[in-house]
Design a protein around this ligand. Structure first.
Ligand SMILES: [Zn+2]
Ligand SMILES: [Zn+2]
Length: 337
């Protein structure tokens, strides 16, 4: 099969992904082989490719927002299957958990002590085929096309979990720092929940998209919005935003950090945190987050703004993401559908 391989992390400007012919993987018991149609491009892919996250597998095929169809089941799979051959499924970041640790047993499998991750510790979807654990893939609501559905699988689900951790209530004023793939989906959920969204981003095109999608206000990253906010979600991987976001929060408000990697957070005065303000991160998601989000996404219905790239253009997709040139989400089209 054709796949985009990362041998060694390097700046994306050096085009480190190499599209190669590799052996099609074989699913084991409990696993499925998925024929990939589309794979969303996530900022986490950029952190993996550029080495901001430590390399866990070499070479590795990135990509964890995969839409495809079930090509085969692993041999030795016993009992019934959740899905049938040919069913459309979504393969997301959480590839597998141990199911036995404290976190798995208490409804927090996103924090599992022994997780594996698609496109990081195991091969992902920048390829014609990917192996997934049948228990960890999602049914995709039929109303979404493949390209529309791909960004829902990480940008969408993580944005949704960020909103949950921000404890959004009707009438709340929410700040979004960075307005890329995750924010452009999360705003649609936030508005559905009758919250107001204030977009703070350095990129003028992203501010325009935020206003088009119904943001109450859009400004530069370090501008002060016209009102105090109830919560802020930081999608941009820039630690210097944290004290700035705290400054615009009401008492008791939360700053939720939506990314897997962030540059160092500068020290700041305790006054910014005092009055019961909260700073918390978002790590991965549970399958329940994913299932709840996909159901709500179909109800709203959410519309993904997508820019398509071919598999051979994977480096270009990552470079475009890094330079803020994507409005909405980048998606790699692996197969003509
Ligand atoms: Zn666990
Ligand atoms: Zn992701």
């Amino acid at each position: 099969m054709k796949a985009a391989l990362l041998n060694k992390p390097a700046p994306v400007s050096t085009n480190p992904l190499v599209v190669s012919d590799v052996a099609t993987p074989t699913p084991r018991s409990g696993e499925i082989l998925v024929r990939v149609s589309h794979c969303g491009v996530c900022r986490t892919d950029l952190h993996i490719v550029e080495g901001e996250l430590p390399q866990r597998k070499s070479p590795v095929i990135p990509g964890h927002q995969v839409i495809g169809t079930i090509e085969s089941f692993g041999s030795g799979s016993s009992g019934g299957h959740k899905f049938n051959l040919g069913d459309r499924v979504g393969v997301a970041w959480l590839h597998h958990t141990d199911g036995t640790c404290h976190y798995c047993r208490t409804g927090a499998e996103n924090l599992c002590d022994h997780p594996t991750f698609t496109g990081y510790t195991v091969d992902g979807g920048y390829a014609e085929f990917v192996v997934a654990d049948e228990e960890f893939v999602y049914a995709i609501p039929p109303s979404f096309t493949d390209q529309q559905a791909a960004p829902l699988l990480c940008a969408g689900i993580i944005g949704f979990r960020s909103l949950r951790l921000a404890d959004v209530k009707p009438g709340d004023r929410l700040g979004f720092y960075g307005f890329g793939a995750a924010a452009h989906l999360a705003i649609q959920v936030a508005l559905h929940w009758k919250a107001e969204v204030y977009a703070l981003t350095r990129d003028e095109r992203h501010r325009r998209l935020a206003l088009e999608l119904g943001a109450k206000w859009a400004g530069d990253t370090f501008d002060a919005p016209p009102e105090q906010l109830d919560a802020a979600i930081v999608f941009a991987p820039a630690g210097e935003i944290v004290p700035v976001a705290l400054k615009i929060l009401r008492k008791g408000g939360s700053v939720v950090l939506g990314g897997i990697h962030m540059s160092p957070i500068p020290s700041f005065s305790y006054d910014l945190l005092y009055q019961e303000r909260i700073v918390r991160s978002v790590a991965n998601n549970t399958r329940k987050d994913g299932e709840d989000f996909l159901r709500i996404a179909a109800e709203i219905p959410i519309r993904s703004h997508v820019k398509l790239f071919l598999l051979a253009e994977a480096n270009r997709a990552l470079n475009s993401l890094k330079s803020d040139a994507i409005e909405g989400a980048a998606v790699i089209q692996v197969r003509d559908t």
